[in-house]
Design a protein around this ligand. Structure first.
Ligand SMILES: [Zn+2]
Length: 287
């Protein structure tokens, strides 16, 4: 099945329902980082919620960064999203595994969720949440409720087996301005049928699932979004990072290693700059 995110408005625009499948994006990300299945299942859920949050970004320059900073086996997990649900991410311990009897809580530990939305305004938006529930879904539901004041009924699913992503995606029902309490109750009630998002997403397209569960509310569909794993790194960006180091620091690294290597944490790509490249980079400042 192709990665797709289907969104619809309910109750004359007072609420939204979003269902998405990002199995291929999760597979690509996990493979890039050589992840264990256990690590990939947490990572996939993080990519999944990041895709959901970034689908609403409008400008090409808008971006959001979601960080799970827990003290569990996985260490730090980072995902970035751009308009159109384009995502990328990494974790500090991609080989982490659960022992028999351990749950995902051992991967996450306890700690904080941090969300930074850069929408081209003077100050980026910053939101905070806690890692307390021992599963990504519960912690992000808490984040939406407390930090964004949006009580979202959220369901995330990600299953890896032998390095292959069987399914990754999710469903979210959220109130919009004008949503009445009774609508919220109905949404939460229907979303309870979605607790097994894994089975639901493995067996049907997002649009079919919305029809099945919400069809009787005559959902008003928005254009589909096509999530994908996309890295935005480039040689020019890496050059910018070296420039930000300053000529003195850059030359000292160069003197030590004979070259400067910038490795992208998101996709593993290496950008190498030799003495000549560095001279060129700082030529302007030497004048
Ligand atoms: Zn990259």
């Amino acid at each position: 099945m192709k990665d797709v995110m289907t969104r619809a408005l309910l109750f004359d625009g007072a609420a939204s329902i979003t269902v998405w499948n990002i199995t291929q994006a999760a597979q690509q990300g996990a493979r890039l980082h050589g992840m264990s299945d256990d690590a990939a299942e947490v990572y996939g859920k993080l990519l999944s919620v990041t895709a959901y949050m970034s689908a609403g970004l409008k400008a090409d320059t808008d971006k959001l960064t979601v960080i799970m900073e827990g003290d569990g086996k996985l260490g730090r997990a980072v995902a970035c999203g751009a308009a159109g649900a384009k995502v990328r991410g990494y974790v500090s311990e991609p080989l982490a595994r659960l022992r028999a009897g351990e749950t995902q809580a051992a991967m996450l530990g306890s700690g904080f969720i941090s969300v930074i939305k850069d929408l081209g305004l003077q100050q980026p938006y910053r939101g905070w949440g806690e890692i307390v529930k021992g599963d990504v879904t519960g912690d992000f539901a808490g984040y939406f409720m407390l930090s964004e004041q949006t009580p979202t009924a959220l369901s995330l699913a990600c299953r890896f087996q032998n390095g292959r992503c069987a399914v990754c995606g999710g469903a979210a029902a959220a109130p919009l301005p004008g949503c009445k309490e009774e609508h919220l109750v109905v949404l939460e009630d229907i979303m309870r049928n979605f607790t097994d998002a894994e089975a639901a997403l493995a067996g049907a397209e997002p649009r079919e699932l919305i029809e099945e569960h919400f069809g009787h509310f005559a959902p008003a569909y928005l254009p589909d979004v096509y999530p994908a794993y996309e890295c935005t790194c480039s040689r020019a960006r890496s050059a910018g990072m070296i420039r930000a180091l300053g000529a003195k620091e850059a030359r000292s690294v160069l003197a030590e290693n004979g070259r400067i290597e910038v490795k992208c944490e998101f996709c593993g790509k290496k950008y190498v700059f030799n003495a000549q490249d560095i001279d060129k980079l700082f030529a302007e400042e030497n004048k």
